[in-house]
Design a protein around this ligand. Structure first.
Ligand code: FES
Length: 101
């Protein structure tokens, strides 16, 4: 069964297909700020998908527009509130700014 691995903690999760990445991250006890309640408007849930990008749902227009306004965006960037784990392949994501503690 494909898994979702969180970096830097290294936690590996088995999730149902369609699970929102933000929910998976928070349910795993990781800290990720969500200021807008998952509306693709705050950008605080910016993460990198470092492996298995095809195992994550496609960029939404709202997500794409918000990412254009953020600093430090790369081709790996996603908004965790807009991306769902598809369950088709293993996915690794990197939480940005979660290096303290
Ligand atoms: S929680 Fe605000 S953009 Fe994702």
């Amino acid at each position: 069964m494909p898994t979702l691995t969180l970096k830097p903690s290294g936690k590996t999760l088995e999730l149902p297909a369609g699970t929102q990445l933000l929910k998976a991250i928070l349910d795993a006890g990781e800290q990720l700020i969500s200021k807008c309640g998952g509306q693709a408007s705050c950008g605080a849930c910016h993460i990198f998908v470092t492996e298995g990008r095809k195992g994550v749902s496609r960029l939404t227009p709202a997500e794409n527009a918000k990412l254009d306004t953020l600093v430090g965006v790369s081709s790996k960037s996603r908004l965790a509130c807009q991306a769902n784990f598809l369950g088709t392949e293993n996915v690794t994501i990197e939480l940005l700014g979660a290096l303290s503690g």
